[in-house]
Design a protein around this ligand. Structure first.
Ligand code: AMP
Length: 217
């Protein structure tokens, strides 16, 4: 089963993807993470990507579709992918359908994480993550001094350069204009399940767990 985890920046897509990896053996395919890896190459393309990311705009479909296409060739993740941060516009959604069909796969479920925008700025601008295991913390709600995950020995917490108030409002605008309309595309296929993502992390995970179990049964 392949899933799209959908919602605005700060809705908890990364956190709930970790839950799905640990409890249902999914593999998270985050285009944001793939792009941040590309940035480390220091190439000219990398600096163009960085400018777009820091301005809250979308990186070109060609670059993104290429990254996804390469990953779909990996048989070890077949039919257990969580698409996180992708697709982000209708063209990407259609490309994804075509690519999956080429690999005899499809999307079974779109988890629509619903959150009031009023809380997103604080969630995102306070976000910190472990540079090794990617576990996230929050300066305001859950202030850490180090990564406290017992399985991770890291002591380095990092802040994303686009997690600041100015960029957040631009990312939300991009989400409203380009990404939100995709929901209609997937609703027409009857595969969208809404999740109340305002509450505690465990409460959100419980809802997701029930949805997945229902689908599997
Ligand atoms: P994320 O980590 O998903 O919040 O993505 C961070 C930034 O990477 C976004 O604000 C975009 O600039 C870029 N990005 C990530 N995924 C995509 C995508 N599917 N299409 C275009 N740009 C993307």
């Amino acid at each position: 089963m392949n899933i799209i985890i959908f919602g605005p920046p700060g809705a908890g897509k990364g956190t709930q993807s970790s839950f799905l990896i640990n409890n249902f053996n999914f593999f998270q395919l985050s285009t944001g993470d793939l792009l941040r890896n590309e940035l480390k190459s220091g190439s000219k393309l990398a600096s163009e990507i960085e400018v777009l990311m820091n301005s809250g705009k979308l990186v070109s479909d060609d670059i993104i579709n290429n990254l996804i296409e390469k990953k779909l060739e990996d048989k070890s993740i077949e039919n257990r992918i969580i698409f996180d941060g992708f697709p982000r516009n209708i063209d990407q959604a259609k490309t994804l359908d075509n690519l999956l069909e080429k690999h005899s796969q499809s999307i079974s479920l779109v988890l629509n994480l619903k959150v009031d925008y009023s809380i997103l700025t604080k969630r995102i601008s306070g976000r910190l993550s472990c540079s090794v295991c990617k576990k996230t913390f929050n300066e305001f709600f859950d202030p850490p001094t180090t990564c406290e995950d017992p399985n991770c020995k890291s002591r380095t917490l990092v802040k994303r350069s686009d997690d600041n108030e100015d960029t957040v409002s631009k990312r939300l605008k991009t989400y409203d204009e380009s990404t939100l309309p995709i929901l209609d595309y997937y609703s027409a296929k009857n595969i969208v399940s809404d999740v109340d993502a305002m509450g505690q992390i465990a409460m959100v995970s419980d809802q997701i767990s029930n949805i997945i179990k229902d689908l599997k049964s």
